[in-house]
Design a protein around this ligand. Structure first.
Ligand code: THG
Length: 263
């Protein structure tokens, strides 16, 4: 499972404050903790930075780079920012994210190929997040086809079927999973499939329990990457145990430790 750490995000109060005060230590401690807990890549999101978001994003990227060589997933909806920041993570980053409109996809695929980085593409078009399974599959297939035409290696493509909070969109978790199953079957070679897991439980009680349960369900449907909080040890244990039961590793009594040591 490819784990992208979600914690360096201006959505979190302490991170937002650290960005405003340019407090390197808070950010670097978080980055190191995420990597120690098993993150393969780190999501980098300045959040609602008021003054000069580009400068804030450069600072955030450079600050994390000082302590980690892991790929950085630049999480920002603005093309103008993405276009400028991606060259800084050339050969070792991920664009997070773009929508499935053909014009937008073409631009972002070009940027990804040119800089040798990954691309997370959302199954969203001008109509918004699909309300059904079929539209997710259709958009996912379109993303896969356009990525192949653009020459993006499938291992650099992450299709994100977009999970919404279960309290406001109760049909979406299951719709998404049906789409995952179909897309995983359709694609050969397969891209990665990723979700921003914590979305599923926003403004819900029992957040950790909902996140963990959904992650296991989605892994059985073909999810092989996720933006998660790797500091949630129980969540990570559940990921490792699911992989064990999917026969992605062989059982030994210390399989949790063995997995972590192999990282
Ligand atoms: N897909 C892709 N990228 C994404 C998402 C996605 N990036 C952002 C997000 N969704 C994934 N990351 C998070 C990070 C934090 C939270 C949810 C998703 C979160 N934060 C607390 C909250 O809102 O309650 C913040 C409050 C706090 O604790 O301070 O839930 O879907 N490609």
């Amino acid at each position: 499972m490819y784990i992208i750490g979600e914690r360096i995000n201006g959505m979190f109060k302490n991170v937002r404050a650290a960005i405003e005060e340019r407090d390197k230590k808070v950010i670097q401690d978080l980055a190191l903790a995420e990597v120690a807990a098993g993150a393969d890549a780190l999501d980098i999101n300045v959040g609602p930075a008021k003054a000069d978001p580009l400068e804030a994003l450069y600072w955030l990227v450079d600050t994390v780079r000082e302590v980690s060589d892991k790929p950085l997933a630049i999480d920002n909806p603005k093309w103008e920012l993405m276009e400028k920041v991606i060259p800084r993570v050339k050969g070792n980053g991920i664009i997070n994210s773009c929508k499935a409109d053909p014009e937008q996809l073409e631009k972002y695929l070009g940027l990804a190929v040119e800089n040798g980085v990954g691309l997370i593409a959302l199954t969203i078009d001008q109509r918004g997040v699909p309300a059904d399974t079929e539209t997710r599959v259709e958009l996912g297939a379109q993303i896969g086809a356009m990525a192949q035409d653009a020459g993006l290696p499938m291992h650099d493509l992450f299709i994100d079927p977009v999970i919404l909070p279960v309290n406001v969109a109760p049909k979406q978790p299951e719709n998404l999973m049906a789409a995952l199953r179909q897309l995983a079957m359709l694609s050969d070679p397969a891209p990665h499939f990723v979700v921003g897991l914590s979305n599923v439980s926003q403004n819900c009680s029992n957040r950790h329990l909902i996140n963990r349960t959904y992650l296991v369900m989605a892994m059985t449907a073909g999810l092989d990457a996720a933006i998660v909080d790797p500091l949630d040890t129980e969540l990570m244990n559940q990921v490792i145990t699911t992989e064990l039961l999917q026969e992605k590793m062989i059982y030994c009594d210390s399989y949790l430790d063995a997995y972590r040591m192999a990282k």
